[in-house]
Design a binder for this molecule. Structure first.
Ligand SMILES: [Zn+2]
Length: 252
């Protein structure tokens, strides 16, 4: 799909006054077309009638545009009157997004990727591990955390670092480990234990969180309940929790 963009510069043919009109202000109408050998042709008319602000001359900036074959601009005819157009409308190709799947494939920013997942959580399975880290970071960012993605080289199992400042100005540092696992592949206690170790090290953090597209083994849950110093030290976010966060997600 495409759209008209840019500005049309014109020069009044009576007083030579120059100015420009954004193409988005023009009326755009399909005025005809028909079946041709390579499919449909559509003829559009872009027009903007007004009076010259210097001499009140009647000006009509008009262009006839042929789209043929579909999605291609075949030609543009200048039909302006009362002024000379100094350029033609520009054409910009735009993404055609009709579904979460399209957005997932054509996203241009991480917030768009998260939005696709919000509407179609099944697509979580198709993320690569780095995208999953970026999605997780974006979820925390949207909830007011200051986030940092750690480099690809592993430094002791933390993918995202999130800082949260509470109402008293006190900061809490969250170390977030992202595990993009297939649904049946549960995150085991080893992952939790090693994150716990990093959290408790110098330059560690206050809370460790493991976020997964899967679930956790009972051993992993047991570690949080019984082996960590308190069960507030570690938090396990499974697929259901993740989907809940996605549902709450608002681009900000
Ligand atoms: Zn004029």
């Amino acid at each position: 799909m495409w759209q008209f963009v840019g500005e049309i510069e014109y020069e009044c043919s009576k007083c030579s006054f120059k100015d420009s009109i954004p193409v988005e202000d023009f009326n755009c109408e399909c005025i005809g077309g028909g079946e041709r050998s390579m499919g449909n042709e559509n003829i559009f008319e872009l027009s903007y009638p007004f009076e010259c602000c210097e001499c009140s001359n009647d000006i009509e900036l008009t262009f006839e545009v042929s789209e043929y074959p579909v999605n291609f601009i075949n030609f543009i005819i200048d039909k302006c009157s009362g002024a000379k157009a100094l350029n033609e409308p520009d054409v910009e190709y735009v993404r055609e997004i009709y579904s979460a799947r399209d957005l997932f494939e054509l996203y241009e920013s991480i917030p768009e990727l998260v939005t696709a997942l919000k509407f179609e959580p099944e697509l979580l399975a198709e993320l690569d591990p780095r995208q999953f880290e970026e999605v997780t970071a974006e979820i925390f960012r949207s909830k007011g955390f200051e986030v940092e993605l750690t480099k690809r080289t592993r430094d002791g199992g933390k993918d995202v670092i999130a800082l949260h400042k509470d109402k008293l100005g006190i900061k809490t540092k969250y170390l977030i480990e992202c595990k993009h696992y297939a649904e049946g592949n549960k995150v085991g206690v080893d992952v939790i234990r090693s994150l716990y170790g990093v959290k408790n090290s110098r330059n560690g953090g206050n809370v460790g969180i493991v976020v997964t597209t899967s679930t956790f083994t009972s051993g992993a849950r047991d570690f949080v309940e019984n082996e960590a110093t308190t069960n507030l030290d570690l938090s396990l976010a499974d697929r259901d929790q993740l989907i809940e966060w996605l549902e709450e997600y608002k681009e900000s």
